[in-house]
Design a protein around this ligand. Sequence first.
Ligand code: C2E
Ligand code: CA
Ligand code: CA
Ligand code: CA
Length: 282
Amino acid sequence: EQLQRILEQHNSLSALPLYSARKIYSVEEVRRGIRGGELINHYQPKVRLPSGEVTGVEVLVRWQHPEDGLVLPDQFIDTAEEHGLIDELTRIVLVKALQDCWHWQQANLSLSIAVNISISNLNSVDYPDFIVQSAKEAGVDLSNVVLEVTESQLMHNPLTVLDILTRLRLKNITLSIDDFGTGHSSLTQLRDIPFNELKVDAGFVHDACHQPARRAILEASFDMARRLGMKTAAEGVENLDDWRFLTMQVKCDIAQGYFIAKPMPAGELFDWMQEWEARRPS
Ligand code: C2E
Ligand code: CA
Ligand code: CA
Ligand code: CA
């Protein structure tokens, strides 16, 4: 009887795939998904080192596809960018994240929310106003909003990008350079935009303790970040060795990665916090 139940459960689960097989979706389908309310936010915690205290979460969008299951962003973000849908997507993601952030605040959980933005968001001049307005409507202070811009996006750097990022900073929004080490931004750009945080790409983080080239890039990037007055962050922290190395050898400020938590739906955050309290390295 028990076996029967397990089999039934298994079959009802496998009838609908949990994750979509890697496939690239057409623009029509992506548009339908975005407008049809099929996007959902997952959240991945960011924690302070060495304490492990949770400082905030990064918002990572997923698409709950009616037939294919959960679709990861690399299967539709590029299409959305190329067809002028990314602005709409980011706005939906941001508003939802602000609402969730408000709920956490009500539960006495003060978490910042880090939203990934793309260059086209920065080309739309009303974007700063939209963020300010949305935060106000949601009842969330702008000091809790972090915007992550990838280093490679900074390279198409017309003056408007610099201008808009500066305006956002003046509103007390935190700016983070994402995937650092994978683009070729110039020192001038880094100096001219008032970034608060530099997040080194996962490719240089995991296993850096055993790989001298990764270690060198990590140390040099963090050294530069500190000189420019930025906080240092690392993504792709996958095991205790990574954690220890970042804490003890390179004195990184903020860590994120599967060792700490995978991205999860808003509703799982509280359970994870308890589990993390019991397990976090000291
Ligand atoms: P990202 O901003 O660099 O986000 C980190 C990615 O690494 C996420 O993939 C996350 O799930 C994954 N990750 C987290 N911890 C680990 C780890 O320990 N090891 C490894 N190997 N990977 C880890 P995800 O969620 O598939 O997102 C992929 C990319 O899609 C993001 O990269 C980001 O550039 C983009 N993206 C996600 N959400 C949005 C969004 O709302 N707007 C925009 N414009 N882009 C988004
Ligand atoms: Ca990011
Ligand atoms: Ca990143
Ligand atoms: Ca990355």
